[in-house]
Design a protein around this ligand. Structure first.
Ligand code: NAD
Length: 507
């Protein structure tokens, strides 16, 4: 495998085992039945954490604590300023413990340590941003309903929220939900992925240290069945905020419909980038390489399919292949590594299945196309892979591979490019590369996606809302829309003075 840039495994000394427990009503607890799961580092094969494996009783106890705490009203009616103070303190503590959190994130997920550190720093910024929103919650007033009437629209916390998160960005994604829910005055029950539970527990420790009252944020560890299902069906929960696969999102939506809970879903994507002949091909090639290999492609925003104009398809593909050779893949604990390990052997098999099926159906491999052996590390790595000669109907060109695999399609006209983008079940994000701003704007307005990037890829800011259309989800996170998701609207109409005409005559 001489054509790749491989960072070899360094001697691995496992850190002390992290022992995750549930956080219920301010108390760290084992499972009611004492069940536990264990997690090995996908890059090193070594045991790094154990976690209480929750059952129905643990999930119900956590929901009861969140419900009791919300209904008591102390948190829900606390001032935005006092909630902001706790969120700001949490941000400081996240920064204080950044190295510890990042190390655990890398060990459980396989992502590069430099990237994990950047994600934890970005998460701290989200807690600060949400703190600013906590002091800006306000509704509307209506002063033109007549001389004797004043109408007020209140924004109030929606209540008890279930927050269910995936394994690909464990700390960042809970930080896209929890501080916004807390800023709104909600109480929460959190279920991290069974593959990456520990950094959510560390966050629980920091929340206690920051002074968050017991019962406001509860954590239950375990599998989707039963913990996630209880969190989606229990009538004491008012809203479910879920990030994960589209398949599970649909199940949650169906489960939550039994009690008509609000559901907010951040799901999968098969995000296209369209490259016009007048684009800066070097910049586009670099962004495409980043977009497909970032987090080993295990990213909802992965730029996993490019739709490139016929005139520049070969030149652009050659540039991406050349850059692919230079991307440092390998031991995620090495600061030089930019792409680490795949989350599990089952997921490796899924990625490879897409590639091999495409090859059997006539696709060509421009680079990669198989597992990658890294000295001294477990073999859970996949080569940087570029696949060409595709038809738009092939699964690899339409479905979420969730690995370091780029699909290349071509087009002749803007209309054709748009129909390739929009003929899709997903609609999370899309990108366009052209020096002509009117081409970019025309594309941005007509493409069906929650986020559009022009001449860039995967930038994000706490201020900018994020979410998908079609089967990529519903609702938005981040920005002030991210706060609104956790707020309910209440109408209050107040008669001024004794002016009401009797409905029934008392005479
Ligand atoms: P997943 O859907 O398998 O699991 C996500 C979470 O749901 C986990 O905590 C899991 O235990 C839980 N779960 C599983 N079954 C459940 C059920 N029946 N009821 C309730 N909860 C259940 O997803 P994953 O494999 O952890 O993550 C990868 C997926 O997440 C990809 O599809 C990716 O695109 C998506 N994702 C989306 C975004 C986004 O913002 N749009 C961000 C990151 C990841």
């Amino acid at each position: 495998m001489t054509e790749m840039t491989i960072i070899p495994g360094s001697p691995f000394k496992a850190p002390p085992l992290f022992e995750g427990r549930h956080l219920i009503d301010g108390v760290w607890t084992k499972s009611a039945d004492a069940e536990q799961s264990a997690r090995k580092s996908p890059a090193h094969g070594a045991l790094v954490s154990t976690a209480a494996l929750g059952g129905r009783a643990d999930a119900e106890a956590a929901i009861a604590a969140a419900r009791k705490t919300f209904d008591a009203g102390d948190w829900a009616f606390s001032s935005g300023a006092s909630r902001a103070k706790i969120l700001l303190k949490t941000a400081d503590l996240i920064e204080r413990d950044l190295d510890r959190i990042a190390a655990m994130e890398t060990l459980e997920s396989g992502k590069p340590i430099s990237q994990a550190k950047a994600e934890i720093a970005g998460a701290a910024d989200l807690w600060r941003y949400a703190a600013s929103l906590a002091r800006m919650i306000h509704g509307d007033s209506h002063n033109s309903l007549g001389a004797d009437m004043l109408g007020v629209v209140l924004k109030e916390p929606i209540g008890v929220v279930s927050l269910i998160t995936p394994w690909n960005f464990p700390f960042l994604i809970i930080s896209q939900k929890l501080p916004f829910a807390l800023a709104a005055g909600c109480t929460a029950v959190i279920k991290p992925s069974e593959l990456t539970p520990s950094t959510t527990c560390i966050l629980g420790e920091l929340l206690i240290e920051a002074g968050l009252p017991a019962g406001v944020a509860n954590i239950v560890l375990g599998f989707g069945d039963p913990v996630g299902e209880v969190l989606s069906t229990d009538p004491r929960v008012d809203m479910v905020s879920f990030t994960g696969s589209t398949g599970v999102g649909k199940r949650i939506s169906a489960a939550a419909s039994g009690t008509l809970k609000k559901v907010s879903l951040e799901l999968g994507g098969k995000n296209p980038q369209v490259i016009f002949p007048d684009a800066d091909l070097d910049q586009a090639a670099d962004a495409i390489t980043f977009g497909v290999y970032f987090n080993a492609g295990e990213c909802c925003n992965s730029g996993s399919r490019i739709i490139v104009h016929e005139d520049v398809a070969e030149a652009l593909t050659d540039k991406v292949v050349a850059l692919s050779r230079k991307v440092p893949f390998g031991d995620p604990l090495d600061p030089a590594t930019q792409v680490g390990a795949i989350i599990s052997p089952e997921h490796m098999a899924k990625i490879d299945g897409y590639v091999q099926d495409a090859v059997a159906d006539g696709a060509k491999i421009a680079i990669g196309g198989a597992a990658l052996n890294v000295d001294g590390a477990s073999p859970q790595f996949y080569q940087p892979t570029v696949v060409t000669n595709l038809r738009p109907d092939m699964p690899i060109a339409r479905e979420e591979v969730f690995g370091p695999v780029l699909s290349v399609l071509t087009f002749k006209t803007l209309d054709e490019a748009l129909s390739l983008c929009n003929d899709a079940a997903y609609g999370l994000s899309a990108g366009v590369w052209s020096k002509d701003m009117s081409t970019c704007l025309d594309f941005a307005r007509r493409v069906q996606a929650g986020t559009v990037w022009t001449n860039t890829w995967m930038d994000g800011y706490p201020e900018m809302p994020f979410g998908g259309v079609k089967e990529s989800g519903q609702g938005r996170e981040l920005g002030r829309y991210g706060l609104d998701e956790f707020l309910e609207v209440k109408t209050v109409q107040m008669r001024i003075g004794d002016t009401r005409q009797p409905w029934v005559s008392s005479e």
